[in-house]
Design a protein around this ligand. Structure first.
Ligand SMILES: Nc1nc2c(c(=O)[nH]1)N[C@H]1C(S)=C(S)[C@@H](COP(=O)(O)OP(=O)(O)OC[C@H]3O[C@@H](n4cnc5c(=O)[nH]c(N)nc54)[C@H](O)[C@@H]3O)O[C@H]1N2
Ligand SMILES: Nc1nc2c(c(=O)[nH]1)N[C@H]1C(S)=C(S)[C@@H](COP(=O)(O)OP(=O)(O)OC[C@H]3O[C@@H](n4cnc5c(=O)[nH]c(N)nc54)[C@H](O)[C@@H]3O)O[C@H]1N2
Ligand code: SF4
Ligand SMILES: [Mo]
Length: 594
């Protein structure tokens, strides 16, 4: 029997047990975060997806030697960019940065994923710590806020058992159907939800002054700030009434409360403000550093580690990278032609790159455009270390299978060092150990060096500082001239017939890996029939999709999941106000028959 950990980009980072002889895999029941089950992505879809087996140059299959020679040749250009996706979350993905530093290449900054939320957390708490599952288990109320837990984070479900569940989500998700209370808000209004709840808590004197006096003393200013917001107009904008607010407060008042915040609240230019407002609400209730309380988001898994792959390089924003400015672009573990916003722009940019190198497992929209294609090894076929943004456990990922195809990130880097005659690269074991040796031990488990049982119990930031409340919010999306002009030009549509684009994850794919979709989910009263083909368009582009009717949607929302071909033709090339994050849902779309 051998063990490893799942490398897919997911909150759970499951421990995997492999029965040797027949490669039968199962989840590790004994692991503190697992329940013995693995999800269908691993049990089924990953192994049903055909791999790239041979390296290619200009469509011609070549040996790995020849392909790596061509990669080295391509990196002799003056300007090169490494754009790394999140296809595998093992730390060894980072090793290619060491080569980029040697050639004075460019890396990326910001994120397609959680950058806005992370920036909002830093604004209030100084650092983004993980809230342990063991603390979530002790809560009385769990507010599931823009996280589709049954799909994206299924191993958290046992930790939610027996709790009061409140869901804040524009969609009646599976967890919303089981919840004590579901508030089906208009998308992109979470900032206001948080500010209104905080205002009411101050009004009824149920704020935690004792805790705030010590850890968040500027709370009077925050109360004043919440009072600058007009109640009636804002509740109408969110799509709730005073009764809804009262019902939420009943579950928050004098209880141990956890907010499980997901990516949904921060796929907007205002995402950082929103997260900061949610944290400020939590501070008003005194939810930090106490048993059974806290705010959980995607935490900074590298916090507390000295990163052996840390380098000084120029960087460009990941979500709006201008690929055509570089002679050579290496795409590693990602599919920007499909996963980045604004596919029309991105594809044109990628096609203008002289040497586009794709290093990955599967054919996709990016590999099709690449001059050089290098097959990777999957996470069962190489050594690695898995950190997690959803819990504190660090795991050694052991090589389970010998594969003839592909090359590991370590070997890829090592060959480039050899071909360029660079020195300074340590052994693979050295780097694996550099990560593992920094961990704490808890019995047989490795624990992140930043782990705290009750995070922020001593204070915030590096030096036990105070919590900083939100005191500003800027938002001009609805009033942008461009958007108004676009609406005006949408002829024959006198009233607002546009929909919010919701683009959450699918249970059959991991972003664009595995099963792909071609549907748009519409509310029943939108006037379309199941199976009909429609064109969905925005000011950025359009695409054709097959209609599926979804009764769990508000009348002003539609869903196109993240694994749907063409979804990002609809999304904008803009960055969030904090965190340089992609803003996939900062867009309204129109639907018409084709
Ligand atoms: N519309 C919309 N777009 C989105 C999102 C959304 O919700 N909606 N979500 C965004 C988010 S949160 C994220 S994180 C991004 C993800 O977007 P990307 O980071 O681009 O990830 P994927 O599209 O899943 O592509 C991963 C690729 O990595 C390769 N790969 C897998 N394992 C390995 C390995 O071990 N080594 C190497 N070299 N390659 C490997 C596979 O070939 C796979 O095709 O997408 C973003 N895009
Ligand atoms: N099966 C599967 N699991 C995955 C992934 C996958 O592709 N497939 N991807 C992984 C990755 S990269 C990530 S980043 C995580 C993300 O996992 P989640 O944090 O769960 O993010 P999403 O799937 O985008 O779901 C967001 C939820 O927010 C809701 N939502 C949308 N807009 C709003 C809004 O304005 N306000 C509020 N309150 N809610 C809103 C959506 O309806 C949805 O229920 O999942 C990881 N796990
Ligand atoms: S994708 Fe997530 S839930 Fe599925 S096996 Fe991997 S870590 Fe576990
Ligand atoms: Mo993500």
């Amino acid at each position: 029997m051998k063990e490893t950990a799942c490398g897919l980009d997911c909150y759970d980072a499951c421990r995997i047990i492999v029965e040797d002889d027949n490669f039968k895999i199962k989840g590790d029941k004994e692991h503190p975060t697992g329940n013995g089950a693995l999800c269908a992505l691993l049990n089924k879809h990953m192994f049903e997806t055909p791999r790239i087996e041979k390296p290619r140059i200009d469509g011609r299959e070549v040996s790995m030697e020849e392909a790596m020679q061509a990669v080295a040749e391509a990196f002799k250009t003056d300007s090169s960019l490494l754009w790394r996706g999140s296809g595998n979350l093992g730390v060894m993905q980072g090793i290619t940065d060491l080569f980029m530093e040697k050639i004075d290449g460019t890396l990326t900054r910001g994120s397609l994923c959680d950058g806005a939320g992370d920036a909002g957390i830093i604004m209030g708490r100084g650092i983004n710590r993980n809230l342990p599952l063991e603390q979530i288990e002790k809560a009385e109320t769990v507010v599931v806020w823009g996280r589709n837990v049954t799909v994206t984070n299924s191993h958290i479900m046992p930790f939610l058992e027996g709790k009061h569940i409140v869901v804040i989500d524009p969609v009646k998700t599976a967890i919303a159907k089981k919840a004590d209370l579901h508030i089906q808000i208009q998308p992109r209004t979470d900032y206001y939800v948080a500010i209104m709840l905080a205002r009411f808590i101050f009004m009824e004197d149920t704020e935690d002054t004792e805790w705030m006096d010590e850890f968040a003393p500027e709370y009077e200013d925050f109360y004043d700030y919440t009072r600058e917001h007009r109640i009636k107009a804002i509740l109408a904008y969110i799509g709730v009434d005073l009764g809804d607010m009262g019902r939420i407060l009943n579950y928050l008042r004098d209880r141990k409360v956890v907010f499980l915040v997901g990516n949904g609240v921060q796929k907007y230019s205002t995402g950082a403000y929103t997260m900061h407002a949610i944290d400020s609400l939590a501070a008003t209730l005194g939810l930090f550093g106490k048993e059974g309380c806290g705010v959980s988001f995607l935490s900074n898994s590298k916090l507390g580690f000295e990163d052996p792959f840390e380098v000084e390089c120029k960087r460009v924003p990941k979500a709006t990278a201008e690929f055509s400015k570089f002679g050579t672009v290496l795409v590693q573990g990602g599919n920007p032609a499909e996963s980045m916003p604004d596919s029309k722009r991105v594809r044109k940019e990628l096609e203008a790159v002289e040497n586009l190198i794709y290093f990955g497992l599967y054919e996709n929209e990016t590999s099709k455009r690449a001059k050089i294609v290098i097959p990777a090894k999957n996470f069962f076929e190489k050594e690695d270390v898995r950190l997690s943004y959803g819990h504190q456990y660090v795991q050694k990922m052991n090589k389970i299978l010998d594969a003839d195809i592909g090359i590991s990130e370590y070997d890829f880097t090592s060959r480039l060092f050899d071909l360029f005659g660079f020195d300074g690269l340590q052994s693979e074991e050295y780097y694996l150990d550099a990560w593992l040796s920094q961990c704490e031990r808890e019995g047989e488990h490795y624990i992140s060096p930043a782990h705290q049982d009750a995070p922020y119990a001593e204070g915030f930031g590096e030096e036990d500082d105070e919590f900083e409340f939100i005191d500003e919010f800027e938002d001009d999306f609805i009033n942008t001239k461009r958007f108004r002009k676009y609406r005006k030009e949408s002829k024959n549509k006198p009233k607002d017939e546009s929909f919010w684009l919701l683009t959450p994850k699918s249970s059959k794919s991991l972003n664009t890996q595995f099963v792909r979709e071609e549907t748009v989910q519409l509310p029943p009263d939108a006037g379309y029939a199941e199976g009909e083909r429609v064109k969905v368009s925005s000011e950025h582009g359009s695409g054709e999709f097959t209609v599926r009717i979804n009764e769990d949607l508000r009348p002003d929302c539609l869903i196109i999941t993240a694994n749907t071909r063409g979804v990002n033709y609809l999304t904008p090339s803009i960055l969030s106000d904090g965190g340089e994050n992609a803003c996939y849902q900062e867009v309204k779309v129109l639907v018409e028959r084709v």
